[in-house]
Ligand binder design. Sequence first.
Ligand SMILES: NC(=O)c1ccc[n+]([C@@H]2O[C@H](COP(=O)([O-])OP(=O)(O)OC[C@H]3O[C@@H](n4cnc5c(N)ncnc54)[C@H](O)[C@@H]3O)[C@@H](O)[C@H]2O)c1
Length: 361
Amino acid sequence: MATVDLVLPHHRYTIHIAPGLLADLGSMARKAAPHDRATLIIDDKITDTHGQAALASLKAASFDPLATTMTASEGHKNLATVQSLYHKLLDEHLERRSPVIALGGGIVGDTGGFVAASYLRGVPFIQCPTTLLAMVDASVGGKVGINMPQGKNLIGAFHQPVLVVIDTDTLNTLPKRDFICGLAECVKHGLIRDPELFDWIDQNINAILAQDSATLVELIERNVRIKAAVVMEDEKEAGVRAHLNFGHTFAHAIEAGTEYGRYLHGEAVSLGMVAAARLAAASGRCDSTVVDRLVALLKKTGLPTQANDLPTNDKLMSIMQSDKKVADGQVRLVLPDQLGKVSIVNDTPAHAIAAAWNTLR
Ligand SMILES: NC(=O)c1ccc[n+]([C@@H]2O[C@H](COP(=O)([O-])OP(=O)(O)OC[C@H]3O[C@@H](n4cnc5c(N)ncnc54)[C@H](O)[C@@H]3O)[C@@H](O)[C@H]2O)c1
């Protein structure tokens, strides 16, 4: 088993990574959040598989769990779902010391985490991510929240988990397209901070795509180490944590501009990283080999690097302007200086952004 410790001034927790780990969820949860009751929120696509395994493990560790499900879609990551979960927890008299455990991808983790952050002013939270994206990114770092009709992730909190349990076997049931989406965040981690990881993904891409068990544990551990290091440096995103947004301002515009129906998040991030890297190369910030290497690796993973069906530049630019990461009316972009190093840039002219969009078409 691989473990990564995340240590903050006020809190610390361990991220455990291994195949078959759901069998130990109950015993690990007992140590991290000792109480007889627990709430298990399960992605309804995996209730009969990983949900049953998690529930059995909790019962074997003498928990009396309240098990409930939710549908993993951006449309369900909202206040209505949160309110119905509050009612269930209150009706069952769940107490302040009983943990909320989220078993699913980023949607269940973000929503369950927001319930944990706010129910009775905050209860212990345990993340059991079951998508690659949630394993390498969403389950680590304490950002939880929900969507509003006005936009994604606009309501939320920082609520660090007390434990993260990553059972890599749960990826066996994940659709290939969702698995590949998680690789976008892995490539991003390499590009923003760790050229060795970037090379390692390149060299091991066949074993990664074949979901070789040992390779997956190493992939996830390396990525969790990066995410945890960034969070330890800057928990509340006052500085370096914003580097994780590389490609994301472009990606959010693609997702919103296509009504969240055409591209999965990781696919939009892939296109967004290509646009951001091309913008950086065109403005002389980085060498064109950075773009070439990025595009080549994304292609090997099976992620898109070109899109002929994007909305107009006017539409994309207006969505970028309304992004919550806009500061004082300036679009805030994370751009590469070299492989493994990025900067935050606030003064990119609109024509340069439009030119970057055009390179994707
Ligand atoms: N909190 C953070 O720091 C953070 C970081 C990145 C992304 N996010 C959020 O994460 C969300 C996206 O997460 P995601 O990509 O995991 O998507 P998701 O939760 O929607 O899961 C993707 C799909 O896979 C299904 N699924 C999940 N696990 C499965 C399994 N093991 N087997 C079969 N099917 C499975 C889900 O039902 C869903 O259909 C977004 O809402 C995003 O805002 C949060």
